[in-house]
Design a protein around this ligand. Structure first.
Ligand code: BES
Ligand code: ZN
Ligand code: ZN
Length: 516
């Protein structure tokens, strides 16, 4: 897809796209009087005759696609715009329409952002393993933005960065485990750190993990021929002097956040279940058990590229849960980084073990806020399915922020309880803790993680087992990785970095797009 943002229509478009809801056209203050009348009669008459979504009609001498942006059940108004834009882009590409213009002069910035994300989603394909790669037809979208052209250009740049991160996460998640083992993930992260200004990387291999006492990784990873790794990526946006050296910029630069957000991602490049072997049916999907780490890597790449004025780190906890003659045995006990001893009751509950190290590392590097994300439990898949991620938090402000950021990004989150009544079930006879607990599996896992959260740190744990990967086409995602969480993490960093009050926000908004 190519994008061209213009003030008024160039006249080069082959087709115009009009979004409509029921009988009214959206965002279109640029129609001629004649065209307006014709559109009105088409929309008034659509109930009488066959009228389908994406109908192509001649309006005032211009081929016009009517895109139905009506609210779909369960989706937010921004999400149905994404869906509509996604369908439009698919149709334009299939019909090989070179230039499509979309009238968006009246669209609000967040509506434009949603439409753009929808157009980008239509471009994604993962055909690396197909014997023949098909070239998709490249459509140019001309966005007729009126007076908002400058603002929309800025938004389009941001969306391009976000989309690049989403594509990165999806590609990593969709890649087979024999091609993406921990060392290969590290190679990808090294390349990203190298080409992203301001992003630094520290990598620990098996020997260093053992030496530093990160025994969760060692315990989970030692059964595999691929050694485990822990990656710590760091970015400090508070140190960037942004813009020209003017008094206004200096004031803006001084208004940086004191927070340090650390994103911790579960990175099981494959999860066989270990000696507590998984059944064959549920195993192939375990190529996605590194979704948390991929999402963390993708998000920090975007956050650094966008130069958000906040300190952010990402810890990727990488291992392969395999069967070998050195595999951890059920009943084995190890000492975690924070000194607590853990009995491995079930080798398939491995994510929480590597995450115990990730949480400890977050504390060591000075996190004020931690978000860990993990394809952690089958229980969460059964509870909330693929459309909603359950999350747990020890901090109400962070929890609210997660829900609000998710809503802005069309990613749904549901707050779950850290139910203390189930905490005793984690106690072991010999060790301090065991890695299984009550029948409420997702809560048990979250309570286990809570034992490793550094003191005085706001923490949220996202269980993305259901939302990271879909086994049938859903919304604007085909079979496979959804990229869930990338946008919400970026938005969280964006909002945490904006410590401005309303009047400052107004002043800033007039010069650049910023959401506080
Ligand atoms: N990676 C799985 C969780 C999972 C399930 C992710 C389905 C995506 C889709 C995790 O490591 C796991 O196996 N958890 C066990 C824990 C149990 C043994 C306590 C589970 O949920 O069954
Ligand atoms: Zn498992
Ligand atoms: Zn797992």
């Amino acid at each position: 897809m190519k994008l061209n943002i213009v003030t008024t229509a160039s006249g080069k478009a082959n087709v115009s796209a009009l979004f409509y809801v029921k009988k009214s056209v959206q965002f279109s203050n640029v129609l001629s009087e004649n065209a307006e009348k014709q559109v009105e009669s088409v929309l008034n008459g659509m109930e009488d005759g066959p009228f389908e979504d994406l109908e192509l009609l001649e309006i005032d001498g211009t081929s016009t696609i009517f895109v139905n942006a009506a609210k779909e059940r369960g989706l937010s108004s921004l999400d149905h715009l994404r869906m509509a834009a996604f369908r439009l882009a698919k149709k334009a590409s299939k019909r090989q329409i070179p230039v499509v213009s979309i009238m968006l002069a009246d669209a609000a910035p967040e509506q434009f952002k949603s439409i753009l994300h929808g157009l980008h989603y239509a471009d994604y394909k993962f055909d690396a393993y197909k014997s023949k790669q098909k070239e998709a037809f490249q459509v140019t979208f001309e966005i007729v933005a009126g007076e908002q052209a400058a603002t929309f250009k800025k938004i389009a740049e941001e969306v391009a960065v976000e989309n690049k991160a989403i594509v990165l996460a999806k590609n990593l998640i969709n890649t087979s485990a024999s091609d993406l083992y921990p060392e290969e993930f590290v190679a990808n992260a090294n390349t990203i750190a190298k080409y992203t200004p301001g992003l630094s990387i520290k990598v620990r291999n098996m020997k260093q993990l053992e030496k530093d006492g990160f025994m969760g990784h060692v315990t989970v990873g030692k059964g595999s021929s691929h050694e485990p790794y822990m990656i710590t990526l760091s970015y400090d946006g508070t140190k960037l002097a942004r813009g020209k050296n003017t008094a206004k910029n200096a004031a803006k630069n001084a208004r940086t956040s004191a927070d340090h957000l650390v994103i911790v991602g579960k990175g099981l490049t494959f999860d066989t279940g270990g000696l507590c072997l998984k059944p064959p049916k549920s195993m192939p999907e375990m190529i996605s058990d590194m979704s948390g780490a991929a999402t963390a890597l993708a998000a920090i790449q975007a956050i650094a590229t966008l130069e958000l004025p906040i300190k952010v780190s990402a810890v990727c906890c990488l291992a392969e849960n395999a069967i070998g003659n050195k595999s951890v045995l059920p009943g084995d006990i190890f000492t975690a980084k924070n000194g607590k001893t853990v009995m491995v009751d079930n080798t398939d509950a491995e994510g929480r073990l590597v995450l115990s190290d990730g949480l400890a590392e977050a504390g060591l590097i000075g996190a004020t806020h931690i978000v860990d994300l993990a394809t952690l439990t089958g229980a969460m898949v059964r509870a909330l399915g693929y459309a909603v991620a359950g999350f747990f938090s020890n901090d109400d402000a962070l929890a609210l922020n997660v829900i609000n950021c998710g809503e802005a990004c069309c990613e749904k989150f549901w707050s779950m309880p850290l139910e203390e009544e189930y905490a005793d079930a984690l106690k072991d006879h010999f060790a301090d803790l065991k890695n299984t607990g009550s029948d409420a599996g997702a809560i048990a896992a979250a309570l286990f993680l809570q034992e490793f959260v550094p003191e005085n740190t706001a923490w949220a744990h996202w269980d993305i087992a259901g939302t990271a990967f879909v086994s049938k086409a859903w919304k604007y995602t085909d079979f496979g990785a959804t990229g869930f969480g990338v946008q919400t993490l970026i938005e969280l960093a964006r909002r945490m970095s904006s410590v401005c009050d309303e009047s400052e926000n107004e002043a800033i908004q007039s010069e650049e797009y910023k959401v506080c």
